[in-house]
Ligand binder design. Sequence first.
Ligand code: FEO
Length: 388
Amino acid sequence: MKDTYISDSIVYVGVDDTTIDLFESQYVVPEGVSYNSYIIFDEKIAVMDTVDPRGTEEWLANVKKALDGKSPDYLVVQHLEPDHAGSIKALTGLYPDMKLVGNAKTFPMIHQFFEIDLPDEKMVVVKEGDTLSLGTHTLQFFMAPMVHWPEVMVTYEQSSKILFSADGFGTFGALSSDEEWLCEARRYYINIVGKYGAQVQALLKKASTLDIQMICPLHGPILKEDLGFYIGKYLTWSSYEPEEDGVVIACASIHGNTAKAAKQFAEILNQKGAKNVVFFDLARDDMAAAIENAYRYDKLVLAAASYDGGVFPCMEDFLNHLRSKNFQKRKVAYIQNGSWAPSAGKVMQSLISQMKNITEIEPMVTVRSTVKPETIAQMEALADALLA
Ligand code: FEO
């Protein structure tokens, strides 16, 4: 179990979800996920966010145990996505005098999701930089639109210098797992928030003006040490710069011949001294991991079979994902396979042309069903150009 101690007056009350099949109905989470929630005890008591409906019962038990008969004065709603807001109604039902703290975009969305009676006096509407005193603790709110929804805000607790960062700095992996932060945090960030690099940069700029000693996100471990490392990763990811030298070979093969060619190309790259050559079978491997690695490394090789006058669908799916996540600033090379009228290359190039700051590396390798000596010659030339 990851360390959830924050301070004597700020308590973790979140829950792990280790049985969910797909997070947000699309991401495999072999180590589960946590829905984090916190309570700040002072003259006034504030609950920071709720949890997914899958965890309501366990969360309410945690909340009641921590409150030990007291009632919360505020529920701070930093994000309305159901994995955090899904238990709002359960809490307001238990504590009808509690006020909800949100911004101008929060409350209309609350009414979209829930039938809930919220008279004006129960709504505390905050805007950029506003503060809310709980006694010795003071919450200061910063708007973080599109990190990852428009109503998102983060909260800085001034006395303990803690940033409650909403989805920011979150990761897959339940707190009961031994999951390391970096790979799963990258997979989480790129796939969920990756499109919104500019907005993340804006939030990081605001955060740079604060003295932050601890980060309490809504998923994954509480970050207490070496915060510069985590912030540095977010600066890199949100600027779309590659993290490392390396080649991702993303392969869409029907009968295995394109995969064979792509693996031969990987061998050629390795023989030529390429670093970090990683292979993804787009038809079988986790698409989110392939996308994560495409962001991690600076070179991407797309190897695909032609299909119905276009490209084998899992490659199209991969490229559409990359485009929607604002993929850019990478070198891209192509291997196409076609037994009678190769069409994969053209379609891949057309999808890549919709992305910014891509350097296409030539020549495109064309495989006619299976690899021949002339294909190897093309691959040698492509490998030299890619690694130049
Ligand atoms: Fe973890 Fe955007 O919700």
